[in-house]
Design a protein around this ligand. Structure first.
Ligand SMILES: [Ca+2]
Length: 90
């Protein structure tokens, strides 16, 4: 039996206008104002490096990596980067 399997992965296309287009909502929960990127979202690591902007912390104060993400909030994979202000209180 043959058929077409449609993958669940997001499709990300660079348009002739220089903007990226995707077939899915890239945000965690936009209805509740959570605009962090979901794992595997199209905008991860494809943002432009803009000196003076992408070398600054993101909207939430997190450090951006060398491959900026599209949007105000840098995607952080769980366990990838510990918070800088984390303290263990005995
Ligand atoms: Ca990134």
């Amino acid at each position: 039996m043959y058929g077409i399997i449609l993958a669940a992965a997001a499709v990300c296309i660079l348009g002739a206008d220089g903007n990226y287009y995707t077939n899915e909502n890239p945000f965690v929960d936009p209805e509740n104002h959570d605009f962090r990127l979901k794992p595997g979202a199209c905008g991860i690591n494809i943002g432009a490096v803009i000196p003076g902007v992408t070398d600054q912390p993101d909207f939430l104060g997190n450090k951006r990596d060398g491959k900026p993400d599209i949007g105000a909030i840098e995607y952080i994979q769980v366990g990838q980067q510990p918070p800088e202000n984390l303290r263990v209180i005995p």
